[in-house]
Ligand binder design. Structure first.
Ligand SMILES: NC(=O)c1ccc[n+]([C@@H]2O[C@H](COP(=O)([O-])OP(=O)(O)OC[C@H]3O[C@@H](n4cnc5c(N)ncnc54)[C@H](O)[C@@H]3O)[C@@H](O)[C@H]2O)c1
Length: 326
């Protein structure tokens, strides 16, 4: 299949683009390099800003036929979205509209997020029938984009799969390719950077949550498992499958303290930690019920062991302490 991947120089997008190419697909990437890295993807790449409708239309006119589109490009910092909501609505919703207009009928796989659910109603794993009640602009922009795609599908103007990732983590096991954000706000790379002396320490936001060890629990899904899910979603749509929103997670939670222990076990060093206050809007427990993705896509996480996942991240960060600049 010839596949258009937006945000293909970013963390999950470049991992997926590489996976698709290994599987024999032809991949064309769009990225504006606002966050991504040229070095993360060495295939066909068009540098353009998806917020620019004319640029997207011009690209569509000359790009030729695609069998599917995977849209990763977005801004994804929750705190920043609270401070700059209009920037987030433009960055995360407008490109979806432009892509739908420029590629009528094209099967659309969308990077959504567990942040669309908002505060979980209880401590059960989250399933897709729950109402979407995002509590920050980031989650709201993603929920709105899902709605846009749903309306397009209902009008028979193109099918979609919205993939609601939980916490993406990990890297290629050989350390050749991994996560490089600036600033980095994900727990596993921050804990590793603290060990490497690149951060003064790791702040743990709250140790009095109603969880077994008092720290927040999240579902860490390996980025390589995410990559496989995107291919499965394209196959599903290519076979005329229904439009649907699906969780992508392992179904298992790990607390902040457990992640810190895993980084210490893998690195053989102590993570310098300090306790900080709870962050407003941080749910204590976010774990996926991944059953629907298994039923509909035949997909399930294969790399869900936390120690093994952290090992892959360690391999990447220890070989590339400055990310793609290393
Ligand atoms: N990382 C996670 O844990 C996580 C969890 C849930 C959902 N997501 C979603 O997954 C997607 C990818 O996340 P990531 O961690 O790989 O992010 P990332 O920042 O590493 O990648 C995003 C890429 O999109 C590009 N981009 C952004 N705006 C653009 C625009 N207007 N035009 C063209 N390119 C643009 C950036 O340069 C970057 O390369 C995002 O949509 C994010 O919201 C990520």
């Amino acid at each position: 299949m010839r596949i258009l991947v937006t945000g293909g120089c970013g963390y999950i997008g470049s991992t997926t683009a590489r996976h698709l190419r290994r599987q024999g697909h032809e991949v064309v990437v769009i990225d504006d390099l606002s966050e991504g890295h040229q070095a993360a993807w060495d295939g066909a790449m068009h540098q353009l800003d998806l917020r620019d409708a004319d640029a997207v239309q011009a690209f569509a006119l000359k790009a030729g036929e695609f069998g599917g589109l995977i849209h990763f490009a977005a801004r994804a910092y929750v705190g920043e979205s609270v401070e700059q909501p209009l920037r987030y609505w433009r960055a995360n919703l407008v490109p979806v509209l432009h892509l739908c207009e420029a590629f009528p009928g094209l099967p659309f796989v969308f990077s959504s997020t567990c942040a669309t659910y908002g505060e979980p109603p209880n401590e059960d794993p989250l399933h897709e029938q729950l109402p979407l009640r995002p509590v920050n602009p980031y989650g709201a922009t993603k929920a709105a984009a899902e709605r846009l795609l749903q309306d397009r599908a209902v009008a028979s103007q193109g099918s979609y799969v919205a993939l609601r990732y939980f916490n993406a983590a990990g890297a290629e096991p050989d350390g050749s390719h991994g996560e490089a954000h600036d600033p980095e706000n994900h727990l596993i790379p921050r804990a590793i950077q603290a060990v490497q002396g690149l951060l003064p320490g790791l702040t743990i936001f709250g140790n009095d949550w109603p969880t077994p060890d008092g720290t927040c629990v999240r579902d860490y899904i390996h980025v390589r498992d995410l990559a496989r899910a995107h291919e499965a979603a394209l196959v599903h749509l290519g076979q005329g499958g229904e439009s649907v929103a699906l969780n992508l997670g392992t179904g298992q939670g790990a607390s902040v303290k457990e992640v810190v222990q895993a980084v210490e076990a893998v690195s053989g060093q102590t993570v310098p930690c300090e306790d900080g206050p709870r962050r407003p809007g941080d749910p204590s427990y976010l774990v996926a019920n991944p059953r629907a993705a298994k039923e509909i896509l035949g997909w399930e996480a294969q790399e869900s062991d936390l120690l093994a996942l952290v090992q892959t991240a360690w391999n990447w960060h220890s070989q590339h302490p400055q990310g793609y600049r290393s």
